[in-house]
Design a binder for this molecule. Sequence first.
Ligand code: ATP
Length: 243
Amino acid sequence: MQDTVVRVNDVSIQFRLYKENVDSLKEYLIKKFKQKLTYDEFWALRNINFEIKRGESVALIGKNGSGKSTLLKIIAGVLKPTKGVVQTYGTIAPMIELGAGFDMDLTARENVYLNGSILGYSKSELRKQEENILEFSELYDFFDVPIKNFSSGMIARLGFAIATIYTPDILIVDEILSVGDYNFQQKCHKRIQEMLSKGTTLLFVSHSIEQVKEICDRAILLSHGEMLADGKTEEVSEIYSSM
Ligand SMILES: Nc1ncnc2c1ncn2[C@@H]1O[C@H](COP(=O)(O)OP(=O)(O)OP(=O)(O)O)[C@@H](O)[C@H]1O
C-alpha cells in the first residue's frame, strides 16, 4: 500500500490577466490574430512542495486570493500546473465548486445520475444509493424539482450526498460546506469523521478556523501563492491569525 497519497512537487501556475473585455470567441480570435490582446502574466502559485500521507486531514488556509482553490483544482486534476508535478494515488471525490458537474435544468434525481457518472459510479450503483442520497440530503419534496430553483445550501447538500456515498481515498472539500445550515454542517462533519476513521485522506479549505481546528490535524498556510507554513493546525492557525 502506498503511504503517500498526494505528492505536490515544485508546483507553480501562471495565469494571464487580460486587460480588455472579450465578449465572444470570435472577438477573441480576431483580437488574437491582430495581436491586440494585451495581458499581464501573474503567478498564482509558486514553488509549492508537500506530501500528504494516507489518512491525514489537511487544511489549506490563507487570505482571499492566496491560491487555496487553485491548488485544490490542480490536485483534483482540473487545472494543469505551469511548472511542477502533482501525483495522487487512489480515488478522488472533489467538491470544489458549488454546482460543478450539475445541470441546472435537470432535477435533483436526474443530477444524481449525471454527477454520479462524472464521479465514476455506475447506473446500477447509483440506483442502489438513490434513497441514501435522498435521505442524507433531506431534499424530500424537492427531489424531482429542477435544481435551478435550489438555494446554494440545497445544491451543496446534494453535491455532498452524492460525492460521499462511497468512501473515496481522497476527499477534497473547498468551502462549500459553509453554505449549508448548522445541522447540515454537523452532519457533514460526522460523515467526514467516519471517512477519516476508514482511512480517507482529507484536503479541506474553509475560512472558518473553528471548522478547520475541529476537522484537520495539519494545516498549510498560503500567502500570495507561496507556502508560508506547514504543521500542526493549532500552530499554523496561530501564525495565520497574527498576519
Ligand atoms: N482562471 C483564472 N485566471 C486568472 N486568474 C485566476 C484564475 N483563477 C484564479 N486566479 C487568481 O489566482 C489567485 C488565487 O485565486 P484562488 O481562487 O486560488 O484564491 P483563494 O485563496 O482560493 O481565495 P478565496 O479565499 O477568496 O476563495 C487570485 O488572485 C485569483 O484572481
